[in-house]
Ligand binder design. Structure first.
Ligand SMILES: [Fe+2]
Ligand SMILES: [Fe+2]
Length: 194
């Protein structure tokens, strides 16, 4: 699969996806998620990232996939590569596992209802070893204690960044933020009750 992916994305993107895979597989092992699913989702998550917007819109136009259709209504164009990545994973790589496809589709925005695989791919994308922005350590430090808290921190930072830079904010990210504020609070209660 790495060879197939390598033929379709720039080298820099492939390296990023391999770093995401390394962290995602570690997290999957720790959190009891299929390492194989984490690997496949990671290696394909940015398969559409370097395609022109016209190509992405063309693919979206003909799909009957409800999640892709719904996500394609975004007014933040950069988000599109995630649901379209899921389409390409299915069409060109034969991936039909709904959890993998959903993890790919949600890796940029997050969403209120994410299973562990989707959280792991989102967080591995955010924290892979090539990321060096302010705040990344804050997320890394909780990856192995609470995925929900890590999601909350990552979403808070993302929203702050988007607002400070006057960038469009996708509704899924806002909905995810509200959901993970609650989920992280519940999880910290669980941790404190032992
Ligand atoms: Fe991406
Ligand atoms: Fe990525």
């Amino acid at each position: 699969m790495v060879d197939l992916v390598a033929g379709r994305v720039p080298k820099k993107r492939l390296k990023h996806m391999l770093r995401v895979e390394t962290l995602a597989v570690r997290l999957a092992r720790f959190w009891g998620v299929s390492e194989e699913k984490a690997s496949v989702a990671s290696l394909l998550h940015d398969i559409a990232r370097d395609e022109p917007e016209s190509f992405l819109l063309e693919l979206v136009k003909d799909t009957d996939d409800p999640l892709v259709r719904e996500m394609a209504e975004t007014f933040a164009p950069v988000v599109l590569h995630a649901p379209v990545g899921a389409l390409i994973a299915r069409r060109d790589f034969g991936v039909d596992d709904p959890e993998i496809l959903r993890a790919i589709a949600l890796h940029t925005t997050g969403a209120p209802h994410m299973d562990r695989l989707a959280m792991i791919v989102f967080l591995a994308d955010y924290c892979e070893s090539g990321r060096h922005f302010a705040g990344v350590e804050e997320v890394r430090s909780v990856l192995f204690s609470s995925l929900e808290t890590a999601m909350l921190r990552a979403l808070e930072q993302t929203l702050l960044y988007l607002r400070q830079n006057s960038r469009p904010i996708d509704r899924h990210t806002l909905d995810a933020m509200a959901a993970f504020a609650r989920l992280a609070a519940e999880d910290s209660q669980r941790l404190h009750q032992g």
